[in-house]
Design a protein around this ligand. Sequence first.
Ligand code: FES
Length: 103
Amino acid sequence: MSEFRTVARLEDVPVDTMLQVELDGEKIVLAHVGDRVFALHDECTHEEFPLSSGELVGKQVTCILHGARFDLETGSPRALPAVRPVRTYEARVEGEEIQVRVG
Ligand code: FES
């Protein structure tokens, strides 16, 4: 059974920023919005570009390569050219640590 594992400290991801981390060889982008931290596979489903170099707009991330946009909560595409969702992971803040569950 998968468990939550610490991937970063909260101070490493200030509000309205993103950070790429790796867990079990999986590249994950953490996005800190308001009092929530979201975790998604760090790869645009259009042409495999890292979403962590994109831009946060509310609870969505925009891929800077061609402008696809994804919902941070569900990973669903919200703007073309991406049509497939990005994988999401459960994320939580425990004290000063950001934890993610993979698997
Ligand atoms: S690679 Fe992200 S929109 Fe094209």
